[in-house]
Design a protein around this ligand. Structure first.
Ligand SMILES: [Mg+2]
Ligand SMILES: [Zn+2]
Length: 204
């Protein structure tokens, strides 16, 4: 589901690359099931990282599992205040929140995804790609656990894992191998910047 709609565009405009960001533990300090804007704070390096990513001009799209909706911990409307706070934090660092897409469903009883949008599935990225006219093959997914990596790889994106201790299971799998592993958000941003610059040179 999305709380923000993509700006209108010409139907002929070519699909563009985007940068998908996991929210909790990646962009924000992880406070489980939190929807209180006052308790939303950027993760270490995220402010500097947003400033860097904002300079690319690529859409920055947050993709987040929010099972607290289905579990009854909060109403779906509470996520509007979260989106507002994200928009403020992006703006404070010279960036624009391009979209906020979330899976409101609960995991299946066996712990697997009970829907096609809960990461590690790629439904959220595909939804976002459709509404924002994104070329997934040229896009990036940045997250703090291997489910983010798998979702990104399923969608065809390049992936960066911020190994900050939040992944604890390290379940293996062909799709759970990130392209890059870093320690902080700003380091992930630096990789995207370098690769983006190289690609722009390649097409110039
Ligand atoms: Mg996370
Ligand atoms: Zn879902």
């Amino acid at each position: 589901m999305a709380l923000m709609h993509a700006p209108s565009r010409l139907p002929t405009s070519p699909a563009r690359a985007a940068i998908f960001l996991d929210k909790d533990g990646t962009l924000l300090q992880d406070v489980p099931y939190n929807v209180d804007p006052a308790r939303i704070a950027l993760a270490p390096g995220a402010g500097d990282g947003l400033r860097l990513l904002g300079r690319t001009g690529l859409p920055l799209i947050v993709v987040s599992n929010q099972p607290g909706v289905a579990l009854g911990y909060f109403q779906i409307e509470a996520l509007e205040a979260v989106a507002r706070r994200l928009r403020e934090l992006f703006a404070a660092h010279g960036a624009v929140l391009g979209g906020f897409h979330f899976c409101p469903h609960a995991p299946a009883p066996d712990g697997g995804a009970g829907c096609s949008c809960r990461k590690p599935h790629d439904g959220l990225l595909r939804q976002a790609a459709t509404s924002h006219n994104v070329d997934l093959d040229r896009s990036w997914m940045i997250g703090d656990i291997l489910n983010d990596v798998e979702a990104g790889r399923r969608a065809g994106c390049s992936t960066i894992l911020i190994a900050n201790g939040n992944e604890t299971r390290w379940d293996p799998g062909r799709l759970r191998v990130p392209d890059y592993i870093v320690g902080r958000f700003d380091e992930a941003a630096a990789i995207v910047i370098a690769q983006h610059a190289a690609r722009m040179e390649a097409v110039a």
